[in-house]
Design a protein around this ligand. Sequence first.
Ligand SMILES: Nc1ncnc2c1ncn2[C@@H]1O[C@H](COP(=O)(O)OP(=O)(O)O)[C@@H](O)[C@H]1O
Ligand SMILES: [Mg+2]
Length: 252
Amino acid sequence: MLELINVTKTYESPAGGGACVLKDITLKIAPGESLVIVGPSGSGKSTLLNIIGALDRPTSGKVLFDGNDLTKLSEVQLARIRNQHIGFVFQLHHLLPQCTVLENVLVPTLVDRSSRRRHACPEPAERGDEARAVELLARVGLADYLLHRPGELSVGQRQRVAVVRALINKPRLLLADEPTGSLDETTAESIADLLVESRSGFGLGRDELNRTEKAALIVVTHSIRLAERIGPVVELTGGVLKKPGTCGEAAG
Ligand SMILES: Nc1ncnc2c1ncn2[C@@H]1O[C@H](COP(=O)(O)OP(=O)(O)O)[C@@H](O)[C@H]1O
Ligand SMILES: [Mg+2]
């Protein structure tokens, strides 16, 4: 489903020259598989996840999604792939404070609609989307919070809303960047449960053939517990991916 081939990323510095953050990244992930990326702060984990999620472009190399090279696509085409196939959970949830929980979850379903007003909360959604949002929110224990605003929720509840929002469009690839970074242990555990279940089809709905398509999951985390539950783990250091504890052996 997703394959990175010899991906590099260099940030140009204002003083001239460039900082090479990713040197030679090659990785592959199939539906139902998962991968945990660990590494020191500043090692390029977020940069890598943003490239995988089509939020950023590599300096060189290929990013294949279903065999299509994302580096060759326009911004509009990338936005479409992101919206239809990729779910993103950020460390900070990025919820819209003025919108309710339900409205926040429905934001990704509105992208293709024309009558979108900036800064407005989503209009009443299509029935299917709304029913699915309500179902997913209930599934994560937020049935009684549909009309609350993010400011009225705990940090862990907000992060659960962010996970549901990432799942609302039935993504085939779910990316999470330190999703439990600011959470206590118990809350982190409930987010881990959600991520693990999302991979095996939770939240993905069923198509007309009554099959559930599995999602692929890539998680950046410092949490050993989360890494153990999701695994396998690769470490990003010095711009390359390695299996932890090895010296230079490239990860597949
Ligand atoms: N937009 C940017 N412009 C310039 N440098 C950046 C940018 N984003 C990240 N960097 C640099 O790239 C390196 C890796 O950053 P990041 O991917 O955020 O690391 P991590 O997520 O592992 O902490 C850091 O040195 C950071 O300063
Ligand atoms: Mg980061």
